[in-house]
Design a protein around this ligand. Structure first.
Ligand SMILES: C[S@@+](CC[C@H](N)C(=O)[O-])C[C@H]1O[C@@H](n2cnc3c(N)ncnc32)[C@H](O)[C@@H]1O
Ligand SMILES: [Zn+2]
Length: 360
């Protein structure tokens, strides 16, 4: 981690500034224009191994492999611990960044590419960091935040670039400064925490007034009246003309998936991963592939996506109305709603008002 990151951190125990008990070294990789003024102030100095200490209560937090581990001092709840293990398993096996990541990121965040240059961006739940990498490539300074060891896959990038930081922690207790970020994105994450709405609020608090926040969460059928106003991607006309049927299919799919997950989230991670091999093979069979949770053309990606669906302990589902309500309560104005296919995928881009004050 770079010294600069300390400016953005607060201890998870007291939300107080932290001091480093570690030996800072000059960053060897930071060069040229990237180095500049930050280096002159020593903000560019790095630490690989050491501790951060809460300046108020003196609680110590480890920095290992250059990544601060800022978890609340209490033991993680079993469900959170399972989530952490299963996502680390998943993302440490993922084939890595894909050519389509940039396009998917821009489509799913609904943020124009030009918005990122020079901005401070939080990727809340970065996984192995495919989208944090895109934001960085678009010119942003990025804080990639995650619960799991998946973030280790970004350690080299963080060593190389003074504009890339990694933090491990829990989004329900984010060790980050309020109103610090120009942009916060959270793609497919908040519904995997113990409480989606509470995690949403914590992330929303980190966005500066007039800043942007883009979130998508897993969808559910909800009320037919709401389902009927869901925005659809081009080419999904058949869903539009058969809304009640589509609504029933989505509701049934959800019920079957929930029943299946009662078992799968309790299986040992290795066994579940092995069971996902036949499922991923089925994902290439015409028609039958819709019985699985991924129809991606790459077998390895299907395997990971099937596992991703069946393994995490927490997996909540929401409607676009719920998500929009959370944004409004946190003082944001909704700008765009993400269009999707048959299965709802509530995704919203919103801007914080001048004050970003929660309305009561
Ligand atoms: C489905 S993955 C999405 C990762 C990334 N956004 C992407 O699309 O590639 C969900 C991620 O959320 C992280 N996560 C789950 N609960 C979390 C929490 N309480 N705090 C921080 N991250 C969490 C998991 O570790 C996992 O990497
Ligand atoms: Zn403290």
């Amino acid at each position: 981690m770079r010294r600069r990151l300390l400016d953005l951190l607060l201890s998870p125990c007291c939300r107080h500034v932290m001091e480093a008990d570690a030996e800072w070294r000059r960053a060897p990789a930071a060069q040229g224009a990237e180095r500049g003024a930050a280096s002159a102030r020593g903000a560019d100095d790095v630490v690989e191994l050491g501790h951060l200490i809460c300046a108020l209560c003196k609680q110590r937090y480890q920095v290992i492999d250059g990544i601060p581990r800022l978890f609340p001092a209490v033991e993680l709840a079993p469900g959170v611990s399972q989530t952490r293990t299963s996502f680390a398993w998943e993302w440490l096996r993922h084939p890595g960044p894909r050519p389509e990541d940039r396009e998917v990121f821009l489509e799913e965040t609904q943020i124009p590419a030009r918005e990122f240059a020079g901005k401070l961006v939080l990727d809340a739940g970065c996984g192995m960091g495919r989208y944090a990498r895109v934001a960085h490539a678009l010119g942003a300074e990025v804080v990639a935040f995650d619960l799991s060891d998946a973030a280790l896959r970004l350690a080299d990038l963080a060593r190389q670039s003074p504009r890339f930081h990694i933090v491990m922690g829990d989004l329900l207790h984010p060790p980050l400064r309020e109103h610090a970020f120009d942009i916060a994105v959270s793609l497919g994450v908040l519904h995997h925490t113990q409480d989606t709405q509470a995690a949403f609020k914590r992330v929303a608090e980190l966005v500066r007034p007039k800043g942007l926040m883009s979130v998508w969460v897993y969808g559910k059928a909800g009320r037919l009246a709401d389902f009927s106003t869901n925005p659809l991607r081009a080419g999904r006309g058949w869903v539009a003309s058969h809304r009640p049927l589509a609504w029933l299919v989505v509701g049934m799919r959800h019920a079957i998936s929930d029943a299946l997950r009662l078992l799968t989230v309790r299986l040992p991670v290795r066994l579940l991963y092995a069971l996902c091999y036949p499922l991923a093979a089925l994902g290439a069979v015409p028609a039958l592939k819709y019985l699985t949770f991924s129809v991606h053309h790459d077998f390895k990606v299907r395997l990971i996506e099937d596992f991703d669906w069946l393994s995490p302990f927490y997996q909540y589902h929401h409607t676009k109305e719920e998500l929009a309500g959370w944004f409004q309560a946190a003082g944001f104005t909704v700008l765009k709603i993400l269009p999707h296919g048959l299965v709802p995928k509530p995704g919203i881009l919103a801007r914080k008002t001048d004050y970003g004050v929660e309305r009561r």
